[in-house]
Design a protein around this ligand. Sequence first.
Ligand SMILES: NC(=O)c1ccc[n+]([C@@H]2O[C@H](COP(=O)([O-])OP(=O)(O)OC[C@H]3O[C@@H](n4cnc5c(N)ncnc54)[C@H](O)[C@@H]3O)[C@@H](O)[C@H]2O)c1
Length: 267
Amino acid sequence: MREVPPSAGPPPAGLSGRTVVVTGAGAPIGDSYVRAFAAAGADVVAVDLLSTARQALKTARTATRTGPGRAVFAPADVTSPSDWQLVVERTIAEFGRLDVLVNNAAVYRSLARKRPLGELCVEEWDAVFAVNVQGTWLGIRAVTPPMVDCGGGSIVNISSVVGRTGAVGFAHYVASKAAVEGLTRAAARELGAHNIRVNAVAPGLVDNDASRTLNTEEYLTAAARARALPRPMHAHDLIGPLLWLASPASAFVTGQTVIVDGGQVFA
Ligand SMILES: NC(=O)c1ccc[n+]([C@@H]2O[C@H](COP(=O)([O-])OP(=O)(O)OC[C@H]3O[C@@H](n4cnc5c(N)ncnc54)[C@H](O)[C@@H]3O)[C@@H](O)[C@H]2O)c1
């Protein structure tokens, strides 16, 4: 299958001088988000578990070096309200404002393998919902006051097309991503009066190591062939839509889920 080289084009205007919090920054997709925002001129607070510090610090340093925005690593567990408070305090101390939140952290790679829903246990279900759904809500809740102080903001929650396709083998993850889209709509309605927009990006299957822990090569190849644009998907395919939703270019868009999957699922 022939790959077409990426052509993300220039970043949308209006991100320069803004401050963006990106969770899950210690994994490759989060890393590409941090670097893309810094390249667009935004300052970035890269959030992930302390256990990812080595990679997340590297991400922050690389983003700062390539700039023009600056990035710092703030270790935090997104399931902890007090950690979220520390993230907000660090963001304001470091950059003086908070304009954008990307809720990207999730239990995905650590699912390790797919299994029928009858084999999942309650603890596994709760752990997935604690990070993917409750962690997303806690992030929205924590950034609302500083965004109100800034006159508004943009929140982008990362869901997944599996919330619509009902992909087999990880029902807890699938349900959690569908819940993220419902939460996105509820938060959009509640926060719109504060000029805070809340949208979601639903990626298709990204061809990366995390996906390879859960899927065979044959599965990844079949997924690529099933797209209207029949090629593997990469993290850079998400950058344009993410930056657009974060920027004032999408100022009248809220409560929406933008599917970025090369045309496998049509909304
Ligand atoms: N990879 C794909 O094919 C794909 C497809 C659709 C959607 N997504 C979504 O994109 C996002 C990124 O995916 P990925 O492939 O990088 O997943 P990943 O599992 O490799 O990375 C997730 C990151 O979240 C962090 N994280 C987990 N629990 C956390 C917690 N309690 N507090 C703070 N950070 C925590 C992890 O440390 C990790 O760095 C996720 O929301 C995922 O569900 C991925």
